[in-house]
Ligand binder design. Structure first.
Ligand SMILES: *Cc1c(COP(=O)(O)O)cnc(C)c1O
Length: 400
């Protein structure tokens, strides 16, 4: 017998570690930009599994690639070669112009690997060169090292002792970074566009100036594009918008369209810091995940695909700005690029998100009071109108 939503809520409450603040729906299946709960209710999905389902749900070429690969070889360990992995690595190296790629299973693992290789590289220059500078309000993951890199004290509480050598600066404040950097700096690690912290893009020439400081002190620039990469900004890598190139870039979320994967890509010079045995993973980059990644990597970088992200993103932004003009006391700022957009509210957003959900649209609130839109990249202007129509019908109640 099919369980009811109530059955599932009760099972979850009894047996699942209660770390998530979940919305009270049980999702069952999806199709394109829509998902359906277990009662058959339809929702338009403008969260996309938190920037993961870049090709939408049940995208036929992705389903076929995963099913086909599952029937041939799901996994074989990294002790052997597979074509899907070799292909996916080549595509990432070609797209980034960097030197070597490595696959893990998540964003946290991608960043963990990036931190490890940066430390090893800097250690080769000078064993004291270990400082890693990250930003306040950043998000880099939940492992002990990546949560330390995450500049949000609320995520650190109770998990000490945390690894040494991490310092924090305010994102977009170049003077503060300059003051903190020295020959002891191993790496500066930033999100190209801050996501979880509230959707903050870099201002003016901030990233270019960060790049110059890194060059001056022979420190590595690590850009975390786990959320903003994979076409979301309108370019395949978000850094392409800002005229910089990192030494290391990390990807995950959208990279395999929903199959767990993470990757870090490094320059050939940085790659030389790692030798056989220095890093590894059992699952990472297995043929199943890489077959999925290959579909994303054959689709998202296409000119027409990225053009849609840019055009629909610009349309979406304009419509959000129109809403802001209508409700200036409630919506105080619109931020973002392409299809990572945030509407800063003057009050908490959770109730709005819940009401919008009730009316059939999935959106998200981050950093307490920022409505964050990170939909599948295949959305249309009509679908933007659909979601904003629902949002607009909910907002008046929240205007003081
Ligand atoms: C989601 C996210 C991570 C962590 O990824 P997980 O797959 O949850 O480990 C790291 N960095 C950024 C910018 C993210 O958005």
């Amino acid at each position: 017998m099919k369980a009811t939503a109530q059955d599932i809520f009760e099972k979850d409450a009894k047996d699942y570690l209660p770390v998530f603040n979940r919305y009270k729906i049980v999702l069952d299946h999806g199709d394109g930009v829509y998902v359906y709960d277990n009662t058959g209710k339809k929702y338009i999905d403008f969260l996309g599994g938190i920037a993961v389902n870049v090709l939408g749900h049940a995208y036929k070429p992705l389903v076929d690639a995963v099913a086909g690969q599952a029937g041939r070889l799901i996994h074989c360990s990294n002790l052997y070669y597979t074509q899907p992995q070799a292909d996916a690595a080549s595509k990432l190296v070609e797209l980034s112009g960097l030197g070597k790629a490595f696959f893990g299973n998540s964003g946290a693992e991608a960043n963990e690997g990036a931190i490890k290789i940066a430390r090893k590289y800097a250690h080769g220059i000078n064993p004291g060169k270990s400082q890693i500078i990250t930003a306040w309000d950043s998000f880099h993951g939940r492992t002990i090292a990546t949560l330390t890199a995450t500049g949000q004290p609320k995520y650190h509480e109770g998990f000490g002792p945390l690894p040494e050598g991490f310092d924090y600066v305010h994102y977009n404040d170049i003077a503060e970074l300059e003051k903190l950097m020295s020959d002891k700096t191993c790496a500066v690690m930033l999100e190209t566009i801050q996501g979880e912290g509230g959707v903050y893009p870099p201002k003016d020439d901030y990233l270019k100036k960060v790049r110059s400081l890194c060059d001056k002190y022979h420190a590595l620039l690590i850009l975390d594009e786990i959320q903003a990469g994979i076409g979301r900004s309108g370019k395949f890598f978000a850094y392409e918008n800002y005229g910089v190139k990192p030494d290391i870039v990390t990807l995950a979320k959208g990279l395999a369209g929903g199959v767990p994967i993470g990757a870090f890509i490094v320059t050939d010079e940085v790659a030389m810091a790692f030798h056989a045995g220095d890093h590894g993973t059992t699952f990472g980059g297995n043929p199943l995940a890489c077959a999925a990644a290959n579909v994303v990597l054959d689709t998202v970088p296409r000119k027409e695909f990225l053009k849609n992200v840019e055009e629909v993103g610009a349309y979406f932004r304009q419509k959000l700005e129109d809403l802001q003009k209508k409700y200036p006391s409630l919506i105080t700022e619109i931020r973002g690029k392409g299809l990572i957009l945030g509407a800063q509210l003057s009050k908490p957003g959770r109730d709005i998100v819940n009401e919008v959900l009730e009316k059939g649209a999935i959106i998200n609130c981050t950093a307490g009071s920022v409505l964050r839109f990170i939909p599948p990249l295949i959305i249309t202007k009509e679908q933007v109108d659909e979601v904003l129509g629902i949002l607009a019908s909910v907002l008046p109640k929240y205007v003081d």
